[in-house]
Design a protein around this ligand. Structure first.
Ligand SMILES: *Cc1c(COP(=O)(O)O)cnc(C)c1O
Length: 372
């Protein structure tokens, strides 16, 4: 079986380093917001190029608290994409606001910046672009629109740590950048975790308070907040891993280009494109293929761990039934939802395995064609 992700291979390389740090935390007695949280926040901000960063319990919390800190809530609309993980939109709902979904640019699977302005109403307060699969959204256009219409921007960077748009890392364009350390992400912990980045002292202070039950001073609470902290053991693990993220992202890119070459003689497979002037970190390597569901099933049976991200676009989720969307509202999102399939992608994936993946995809596709 060639899995979509094999975390054990990464552990085999750096496990000793991690074990040493974890044991030190266990022995230290300092388990909440200790020295590793503090150090990771500095190292992370340095890495991304933001002034501030704050460890949180998850990427979902980062998105939710970003909106809260920007005073976005009941009666407000937030523009985003339906082609993403549910957390992008549920953060909007949790803040009390309403998601407004805009169709994608099929070249990148990201929100089509040229369609954002048509979705703006007097209630619109913010845009959440998602850098899906590790590819930056078109931040020039998006920041331009935000400026013209006086909107906030919260970047969903959960799949894109280290990705760059015109030489600048994602998470530094908008008012906030939101990152996840869920174990399958490019920088994954060994449990849950998240990070928020920003460049504004007042906004940063607000998130610090919100994640501490709405109070900057202990036991004094000014507003409704939450408990959201990055676990100290996770912070220690992530500090080790942050040293490798560039190397791992580079290896992912090389693997992506190798897939592109291997698929080049099969025009029936649409391979992912990169937007100009970007550094894509290939959280996923996602092709578009006909008879997708049948091919996917056959791949499982033939030892290739492909996945569908995501089988139902967010505007058609039962969760959002009250928003009144119907099939056909976001035609390009809906079309690609039926075609996309993500293939095994991680730094340690071998050339041999990639060849097997490509051969098996083609074999399975041909099987589905013979059946009909
Ligand atoms: C993983 C992910 C999230 C949520 O992150 P968690 O840490 O699991 O809460 C949000 N948005 C996107 C695009 C993601 O991939």
């Amino acid at each position: 079986m060639i899995p979509i992700l094999d975390s054990k291979r990464q552990y085999a390389k750096i496990g000793k380093e991690i074990e040493k740090e974890v044991l030190e935390v266990l022995a230290s007695g300092s388990y909440i917001l200790g020295k590793h949280n503090k150090a990771l926040q500095e190292e992370f901000a340095n890495y991304v190029g933001s002034k501030f960063s704050l460890g949180l319990n998850s990427g979902t919390d980062a998105l939710h608290l970003a909106l809260r800190a920007l005073n976005i809530g009941r009666g407000d609309e937030v523009i985003t994409t339906a082609f993403t993980f549910v957390a992008t939109a549920s953060a909007i709902g949790l803040a009390g606001a309403t998601p407004v979904f805009v169709d994608i640019n099929p070249d990148t699977f990201n929100i089509d910046a040229d369609k954002i302005e048509a979705a703006i109403t007097p209630k619109t307060k913010a845009i959440i672009p998602v850098h899906l699969y590790g590819q930056p959204a078109e931040m020039d256009k998006i920041m331009g629109i935000a400026k013209r219409h006086n909107l906030k921007v919260v970047e969903d960077c959960c799949q894109a740590i280290g990705a760059e748009y015109k030489g600048q890392k994602v998470g530094t364009f908008g008012d906030f950048g939101c990152f996840s350390f869920y174990p399958t992400k490019n920088l994954g912990g060994m449990g849950d975790g998240g990070m928020i980045t920003c460049n504004d002292q007042a906004l940063f202070d607000r998130v610090v308070a919100l994640r501490n039950h709405g109070g900057a001073v202990r036991y004094y609470h000014d507003e409704l907040g939450v408990n959201s902290r990055l676990d100290e053991i996770q912070a220690a693990i992530l500090r080790v891993k942050l040293n490798y993220i560039d190397e791992w992202n580079k290896a992912r890119r090389e693997n992506a280009y190798r897939y592109n070459e291997l698929f080049a003689k099969y025009p029936e497979i649409l391979t992912p494109k990169e937007i100009h002037d970007s550094y894509c970190v290939y959280h996923q390597y996602t092709i578009r293929i006909e008879n997708r569901d049948e091919v996917h099933k056959l791949l499982q049976e033939n030892g290739v761990g492909a996945m569908i991200y995501y089988p139902v676009p967010l505007h058609l989720q039962k969760l959002h039934k009250d928003l009144g969307y119907k099939e056909g509202d976001l035609p390009l999102t809906e079309k690609d939802t039926k075609l996309v399939m993500s293939l095994p992608m991680f730094a340690e994936l071998t050339e041999e395995e990639q060849k097997t993946v490509v051969e098996t995809v083609i074999k399975c596709l041909n099987m589905t064609k013979q059946k009909v």
